[in-house]
Design a protein around this ligand. Structure first.
Ligand code: 2AM
Length: 481
């Protein structure tokens, strides 16, 4: 039995930086990697002089840990995680802890938590956000899984995490896959925020603004309610010049990549039947952008609107644009929290939404002042069913909505695609509508497929009408999302 506090497997960028962060906070860490050369290299370089020791094998790693032994994996999601769990388990004792800090799918984390708990091993799946810099100096950490592990890892996790308003951006999220689910929604929201900023940039281009002028506008916006990491880096990106002294941004190919967590969020939204439309549009927008060749061809063939030139008060429009971005962001976060609420209901996770907002408030890519307002809204009303109903956000949208509508109308007229800004407004209008045209939809379904409908005032009683006088009176079974 050794005296190290934690073992960490996986010496890629995130793993190395988390180890250095832990060591800086006074924890003794054992480092291990599948290719052991990386352990030697790490010890001889970045880890030199710090309270970090290396391991040559899994058994060696475990022998250097105090009990209960706690091993964190930062390896490629999927098979590598299962492979290390399989290698660790025969050497572990009841009560030992395995933490997966990779970008695992929450369903895998649910399975692993359950399988390992049957063997007496406590498993934790933790979202880790903030990239290289976050891992080194304070990430946002979203741990979930077997709660019995939390008292043993809480000190390390909360010490190394980012702090916002003096509080750690890390708390226990919930059972089994809750931590990785919340991390997935975080990444989906990140897709949405980035898409919204992209659409704003596109509209600024339609206003024929120069790079510096755009950067100045984002800089100004970053002083107020939009203050966030993504707005800040957008300003820096706009100002960046290459070694020829020319702006780099316009030279970058407009075809977006993706690693999958945005797509997972959209798939989860469809599976749970929650209208997370903005993240969906953000994922589809990346797909459309990647059809560069098709777009180049279509550009020559498909007609533009008659007016492509903005003619109005630019200053006034820019303020409208700021409001549209803010209102759309509120809708996007409201949708993300709706998704978490539904998943929590299905999986019986006891999620604390104010605490989740605080975890995202610092350290991660979507960190912002705005998340402080979300935390306050949930602190004021723990049972808040939608962020859109919090008095602060009702007021914010009411102030922004005229500008928001003007931006969408202008974008449509000029032919500038704004899928995320537009879907946010469409969602808002749908959500605030007591009446929607779904009565017609129900009638159509019953007409062609005898799917039945309910009459207003007689909810729960499904009836069928023989609309043509020709069909039978047998109704089909139906399902509801
Ligand atoms: P490596 O350095 O030996 O490739 C990020 O890729 C991290 O995940 C690295 O530490 C890498 O180890 C590890 N990794 C990737 N695939 C793996 C696998 N199939 N089994 C074990 N470790 C793996």
């Amino acid at each position: 039995m050794g005296d190290a506090d934690i073992g960490l497997i996986g010496l890629a960028v995130m793993g190395q930086n988390l180890i250095l962060n832990m060591a800086d906070h006074g924890f003794k860490v054992v480092a291990y990697n599948r290719s052991v050369e990386k352990v030697h290299h790490f010890l001889a370089n970045e880890a030199k002089g710090k309270n970090i020791v290396g391991a040559e094998s899994i058994v060696d790693l475990l022998s250097k840990l105090r009990s209960p032994r706690c091993v964190m994996l930062l390896v490629k999601a999927g098979a590598a995680v299962d492979s290390f769990i399989d290698q660790l388990v025969p050497h572990l004792s009841k009560g030992d802890i395995i933490i997966d800090g990779g970008n695992s799918e929450y369903a895998d984390t649910q399975r692993r938590t359950q399988e390992l708990s049957m063997k007496g091993i406590r498993f934790v799946g933790s979202g880790v956000s903030g990239g290289e810099e976050g891992a080194r100096y304070g990430p946002s950490l979203m741990p979930g899984g077997n709660k019995e592990a939390w008292p043993y890892i809480k000190d390390i996790f909360q010490s190394i995490s980012a702090k916002a308003d003096g509080q750690p951006c890390c708390d226990w999220v919930g059972n089994d896959g809750a931590g990785h689910f919340v991390k997935m929604v975080h990444n989906g929201i990140e897709y949405g925020d980035m898409q919204l900023i992209g659409e704003v940039y596109d509209l600024m281009l339609a206003l024929e603004m120069g790079q510096e002028e755009m950067a100045n506008t984002f800089e100004e916006w970053n002083e107020g309610e939009l203050d966030s990491f993504l707005i800040e880096i957008t300003k820096d990106i706009l100002r960046y010049k290459d070694d020829k002294g020319e702006y780099l941004l316009p030279k970058i190919r407009d075809s977006a990549g993706q690693k999958g967590t945005g797509k997972w969020t959209a798939i989860a939204a469809l599976n749970y039947g929650v209208p997370v439309t903005l993240i969906g549009e953000a994922v589809f927008s990346r797909c459309l952008s990647s059809l560069k060749g098709e777009r180049q061809n279509a550009c020559k063939l498909l007609p533009k609107p008659s007016t492509c030139k903005f003619s109005g008060d630019k200053k006034h429009f820019l303020e409208n644009l700021r409001q549209a971005l803010y209102a759309s962001k509120i809708v996007s976060y409201a949708q993300g929290f709706m998704l978490m609420r539904e998943a929590a209901k299905v999986h019986k996770w006891n999620l604390d939404y104010g605490s989740i907002a605080l975890m995202w408030r610092g350290g991660c890519i979507i960190r912002s002042v705005f998340l402080g307002q979300i935390k306050l809204a949930f602190d004021k009303d723990k049972n808040l069913s939608s962020l859109l109903l919090a008095p602060f956000f009702i007021d914010a949208i009411s102030k922004a909505q005229t500008g928001w509508r003007n931006v969408i109308a202008t974008a449509v007229t000029l032919g500038v695609p704004t899928p995320a800004l537009s879907t946010a407004l469409a969602f808002y209008d749908g959500y605030r509508s007591e009446r929607l045209p779904a009565n017609l939809l129900q009638a159509q379904r019953d007409y062609f497929g005898a799917h039945t409908y309910e009459l207003l005032g007689q909810e729960g009683k499904f009836v069928h009408t023989n609309w043509t006088g020709k069909g039978g009176n047998v109704s089909a079974s139906t399902y509801h999302v």
